[in-house]
Design a protein. Structure first.
Length: 279
């Protein structure tokens, strides 16, 4: 839903897309209603986009490229930058790096990594947080989070590893069916050749050592083969690129991996909790 405050909050990318769309529309001699009809939107939706009351969706950008893009590819190029604008500020610096990663290794202790979240699970998390967000903003953030899944099928392939504390698998949001759907999705993703999922058992601490007690981290090998670590807590984030610090965290991550269940045993546990073993 378009909101008046969006006109004030809109970023530079949304404003550029709005101006570009309006200019191209007029160049083609189209009214807002005519353009809307050609791309499957109402005139009010085109107006909302051009005034930044409701920034262009990814689907709208694809249609604009097809109808008024003129083969220049500008709307297509704008897609990734519009997507960046939709992410929370603390995540924006990391988002493009994640999309271009050679390898991605994530350790999560409270919720499923956003890259692996189902739409229902993501909506439950984003919509159920505090302070509460307007429904339109929740939908925008969920759409942006789902777009990250393109990394799974990107060419060239990225190698993706996820280690979850077992408590994540047992912590439901909204209702148990949302959680079961999320677990089933994890089981499916674990079958990919470029994906590895492991689980750190709840009783790990009884062994006298638990390398993951300091919390979440995401390790990235960039397309330039640099190694960075992304940390986020309470809507604040930190990108660590210092080689020594990144190496220390990579060593800790490697220890967490050795203390987790094997990929096969982890998959069996996920399937069991999802109820797959009862089918």
């Amino acid at each position: 839903m378009a909101r008046a405050e969006n006109k004030v909050e809109a970023g530079g990318v949304a404003r550029m897309v709005a101006a570009m769309s309006k200019a191209f529309r007029k160049q083609h001699g189209l009214t807002q209603e005519e353009l809307g009809r050609l791309i499957g939107y109402t005139a009010s939706a085109i107006s909302a986009m051009e005034t930044c009351a409701q920034p262009a969706s990814d689907e709208m950008l694809i249609k604009l490229e097809e109808v008024i893009g003129g083969g220049l590819g500008l709307f297509e190029e704008a897609r990734k930058y519009v997507l960046m604008d939709k992410y929370p500020p603390q995540f924006q610096n990391f988002a493009l790096m994640e999309a271009q990663a050679v390898t991605l290794s994530s350790y999560q202790t409270y919720v499923v990594d956003g890259l692996f979240q189902t739409e229902g699970y993501a909506r439950a998390l984003i919509g159920g947080g505090f302070p509460r967000l307007p429904g339109a903003k929740v939908a925008e953030l969920v759409e942006a989070r789902m777009a990250r899944k393109a990394l799974f099928d990107r060419n060239p392939t990225a190698m993706i590893e996820l280690i979850l504390d077992e408590s994540v698998l047992r912590r439901p949001f909204t209702d148990w069916e949302v959680q079961r759907e999320q677990l089933r999705s994890l089981a499916q993703e674990a079958e990919r050749d470029n994906v590895s999922i492991q689980v750190t058992p709840l009783e790990r601490g009884l062994q006298g050592s638990h390398a993951g007690t300091n919390g979440n981290m995401v390790l990235v090998e960039t397309k330039e083969h640099h190694h960075v670590v992304y940390l986020e807590i309470e809507d604040e984030s930190l990108l660590i690129s210092d080689a020594t610090k990144a190496s220390q965290l990579a060593h800790r991550y490697a220890k967490i991996r050795t203390q987790a269940l094997s990929p096969d045993d982890s998959l069996s546990l996920i399937q069991k909790l999802a109820g797959e073993d009862q089918q």
